[in-house]
Design a binder for this molecule. Structure first.
Ligand code: SF4
Length: 345
């Protein structure tokens, strides 16, 4: 257990957590929405510091990041807890801890994860030939203290830092992590506030604002949208997301359109899997709008996973699933020499 960063005192020994846009006011003995930040006698503590509930040595393409150190491995970890409660969550066994068994504070016997300190993470990353650390599987904002301590060590050890995030962190959290953050994949789940409120228990506006700040601060950004039948699969919604990326972020930032699968979803099990035709149509429309890099995910290996030069159409990065077959380490088109945006080496 570690005292949390970013909180303030409130009357009657309550505290307000300032890590994400929920800004939870928390009474003594209780946790915030994420279930892993607890008020103990008027001070806020992280219950998951140095407790990894999920670990993996993943291709960076799996985050997904397609224009960031292609073909490299990311040492990936996450903890329990999340500040969203997405009905479609695929990692719900670790993320939805406070929604599975009632309030966390009533479950002192709960498995909090394996003890894994930040220096141990750096060692494991090196031992496994990883070029980066990915803070992933659940929302890294809820384990900010653990992530930040690891990010600082990673930077010193020559490893890159990647957040896979819902983008709902506060501006104070961004202030803390930006000096150490190299790349981020943010979910834009819908263009409608209603979706965020009903399906995720959150809000859209802060996510969009944070995406713009990340771009302004020079962090490499890729966007993911999981397309869920009947909930966010209208072409107008997907077109709105494409327009936001193009107009507010820039046409160079990749967009990953991903297919929903009810088999691995927390709830929504009665919905069908996303028909590939919807993803393909949204991809075509986004390319027509002027987005340069739009990828289709969870549909099996396809030529839509490849990166083509937007100037001459030449194949620049060839992928098969998460495997990179070939790419130019300088990020240039081998035919016309155009620069492909990203961090290539
Ligand atoms: S990080 Fe957790 S406790 Fe803090 S404001 Fe967000 S949901 Fe609430």
């Amino acid at each position: 257990m570690k005292e949390a960063l970013l909180w303030e005192e409130k009357p009657h020994q309550a505290v307000r957590c300032l890590a994400c846009h929920h800004f939870c006011q928390i009474a003594p003995g209780r946790t915030g929405v994420c279930g892993v930040r607890q008020n103990q006698n008027g001070r806020l503590y992280s219950l998951v510091y140095a407790r990894a509930a999920a670990l993996g040595i993943d291709p960076v393409e799996k985050k997904p990041l397609f224009h960031f150190l292609p073909g490299s491995l990311a040492f990936s970890f996450g903890t329990l807890g999340c500040n969203f409660s997405c009905l479609n969550c695929q990692n719900w066994e670790i993320s939805q801890i406070s929604n599975q068994k009632g309030r966390v504070e009533n479950y002192s016997h709960l498995f909090w994860g394996e003890k894994l300190t930040p220096p141990q993470i750096i060692n494991l990353a090196h031992q496994n030939q990883c070029l980066s650390i990915a803070y992933t599987y659940n929302e890294p904002t809820v384990f900010l203290e653990y992530a930040l301590a690891t990010m600082k060590l990673a930077r010193r050890a020559g490893l890159k830092n990647i957040w896979v995030s819902n983008g709902f962190m506060s501006s104070k959290t961004l202030d803390l992590i930006l000096p150490y953050l190299d790349a981020v994949n943010i979910d834009i789940k819908s263009s409608e506030e209603n979706f965020y409120q009903k399906i995720c228990g959150a809000k859209l506006a802060p996510v969009l604002k944070n995406c713009q700040r990340l771009v302004k601060e020079g962090v490499w950004l890729e966007i993911t949208t999981l397309v869920i039948p009947t909930l966010n699969d209208k072409i107008t919604i997907l077109n709105n997301i494409a327009s936001f990326i193009k107009e507010k972020l820039g046409d160079a930032f990749p967009w990953h359109l991903s297919a929903f699968s009810p088999a691995i979803s927390w709830k929504l099990k009665d919905l069908p899997a996303t028909p590939p035709s919807i993803i393909k149509k949204a991809r075509q429309e986004a390319l027509k709008k002027g987005l340069k890099y739009v990828y289709a995910g969870n549909l099996g290996p396809s030529s839509d996973d490849n990166t083509l030069c937007p100037v001459c159409g030449q194949l620049v990065v060839e992928r098969q699933g998460y495997t990179v077959k070939r790419f130019d380490q300088n990020g240039h088109c081998p035919k016309c020499g155009a620069t492909i945006p990203g961090r290539w080496a």
